[in-house]
Design a protein around this ligand. Sequence first.
Ligand code: NAG
Ligand code: NAG
Length: 373
Amino acid sequence: MQLTNFLAAVAVFLPIVYGAPTQAANSLHPEILAAMKRDLGLDAEQAHVRVARELKATEVIEQLKTKAGFGGAWLVDGELNVAVTDEALTSEVTAAGAKPITVSNSLSKLEEAKEALDKIDLPQTLSKSANEAGIATWYVDVTANKLVIEALSASTSQAADLAKQVGLVESEFEVRTVSELPSTFATVRGGDAYYINNSARCSVGFSVTTGFVSAGHCGSTGARATTSSGVSIGTFAGSVFPGSGDFSFIRSVSGNTYSGTVNNYAGGSIAISGSTASGVGASICRSGSTTGVYCGTVRALGVTVNYSQGAVTGMTQTNVCAEPGDSGGSWYSGSQAQGVTSGGSGNCNSGGTTFFQPVNEILSTYGLTLVRG
Ligand SMILES: *[C@@H]1O[C@H](CO)[C@@H](O)[C@H](O)[C@H]1NC(C)=O
Ligand SMILES: *[C@@H]1O[C@H](CO)[C@@H](O)[C@H](O)[C@H]1NC(C)=O
């Protein structure tokens, strides 16, 4: 009966404004219908009605938006609402089958303020200053008849200052708090660089189904992990160093891909197929974001390493070199994951000794599952 209601409504106002109904709404592809059923709960008939109605609404908006006093338009359950700042437009809106809503802020003023904000280099100047600071979005919200700025909590007063800077008064803007800055998505892979709290660099160890593992000295619980381009790839959910190990678990951020591979620093990736630990004398390689790939052999298992921060137990000693920034990176024998880089001595010019944290202890401590490539 929704269809009947809709057709009745069309019959009343269609001849006044639109002319003949368009064909498009009658030809929704079965896959689109299935997705609309899944995501919007609409059956085929409801989907066709909805789309036809929205097409009509677009035509009405096109016609009204050039008129003086037009304040924006939006749909509420298929009904077209049109904001008007001039009462003279009310009857025209009603005649077009839409609902007029009287508002006070001029749409053009809000749009001009928004364009002025576009010219200020906001994301760069604000989001890098601190982890909790940043402006996420700004737009004219026609339903609120305001310019909306979305910001992290530490930046809400800056957001309000910016709105005033572009000429708006309190009644013309609204600052909304969001918990996370938006970003593009990344692929996380063993051996790749990541940054902690936007400063120090480490390397990814291995992807797990809920994020990735790395070294504990790379970050404390709560620290933020990002790619070199600033894409958020997780938050440290657990971190141990020194003491019983040097490991961390960084919980994933949705939208990213956590790949079961390791960067081979030769233009490709190595697929990881398990985590069977190698014994003393076994060949072993590692990938890290400072020096790339180096290989050698396992020298000792269960080593206690006395770092200046304190002793760490359960390390594996190798004769493979590493350097700062390689920390947290992947160790593997063939396609078997072995561990994450902890520390050592020497460097990759003169050679060195490096200790790694065995990966299986990290997986069992946090109940994680390795992603296989
Ligand atoms: C990073 O930020 C978190 C949360 O603000 C903090 O606990 C941590 O000490 C910072 N630094 C490192 C290296 O983890
Ligand atoms: C461990 O290292 C610290 C600092 O490097 C040092 O002060 C301490 O004496 C060492 N422990 C032992 C048992 O030598």
